[in-house]
Design a protein around this ligand. Sequence first.
Ligand SMILES: *Cc1c(COP(=O)(O)O)cnc(C)c1O
Length: 442
Amino acid sequence: MTPTDLLTRSLDAVWHPCTQMKQHEAFPLVPITHGQGVWLMSGAEKRYLDAISSWWVNLFGHCHPHINQRLREQLERLEHVMLAGFTHEPVVRLSEELGTLTGHALGHVFYASDGASATEIALKMSMHFWRNSGLPQKTRFVSLAGSYHGETVGALAVTDIPLFREAYAPLVRAAATVTSPDARQAQPGESARDVALRAAAVLEAFLMEHHTETAALIVEPLVQCAAGMVMYDPIYLQRARTLCDQYQVHLIADEIAVGCGRTGSFFACEQAAIWPDFLCLSKGISGGYLPLSLVLTTDTVYQAFYDDATVRGFLHSHSYTGNPLACTAALATLELFHTKQVIARNQTRAQWLAEAAAPIAEHPAVSHLRQQGMILAFDVKTPAPDFSRRMHQHAMERGILLRPIGNTVYWMPPYIIDEEQCQLLGTGTLAALQATLAESGV
Ligand SMILES: *Cc1c(COP(=O)(O)O)cnc(C)c1O
């Protein structure tokens, strides 16, 4: 199909995610014909630097030769087998490798296909653990203000994004929320750490009052991504770990977006030197190739389900649980982490991003330029309504894929971006920002 064909036929037959389809009358879809490295190509002429890793999933660029090769090999061996009653090499090796990456703190892995399902698995496992442990009244959850943990009905319960939550409120048993440790809330003279400790005090007050009915606290460690790349001090995670232990409440780390090296360490939790009771991964774990999600948990949790009685087992499954191709993509991704020393080399890439963003920080409309590893973000003061769509449009015209969240513009590029591409990203983003602001007369 030609790019033009793709456009018209997609609008007829495909209902696109998180989209008011009518807006595509004015703003056409972008047909992508192929991808290579950081680039998404639209026919032979147009290309876009994928500065957001296609919604945070891509780690090593598009069509990576190593991942492609491993997938071809696996394709000739086994495409899929159900995981209930059966097992296979990719799922065993992946589970072992992930356990090793946590120093065996989290040595049991449960699989699903999308991130929201991983959230729901962690919620269900937590509640079921407490029921199996004689504390059946622990059925409630608490999340941070502005939290995002997925959009299925169960995951919406711990997603504090009004647009999503309000539309489907009648279906949702909403969790409680506590103050976010958002470092931008610092008062003059206050550090990010002070803000985090203040937020931790709010959590403490909440748990003191509600621990008997609370099963778990769910957090995105270090960066609340969908909330607008809200960054916070790791002391919050340390305090949360201590408080959860003190009040017999599980800690769920949703590392679906921040895991797999995004924040500078393989798991974001490592920077607080803590392990949660449940750790959710998806998005980058398959290199951005195939739907795969998983929940890592402890031996204590696992043992609470290990019994003769079926009802004490974890009652949850998906048809594609532990799909061999998806697990193979994940193994190939982990191989790249090892052979290319990605975590160490990303320090240089993060530095290139910081240098490319320096001129942007000087723009009078820009505030709170912040960075955590391979995530860089800034806010735009008093933006015109519609800022995010306009900014996206202006960036696309300059060959850069950005998708601001409200007035927050961010970069989350693949880990193969080179210095020149970082500079391109910097100049393109600044030019798009200037064009957007000029258009709205700011
Ligand atoms: C994307 C995301 C999810 C949901 O994953 P899906 O695969 O889109 O269902 C959950 N939590 C966080 C932190 C995410 O960024």
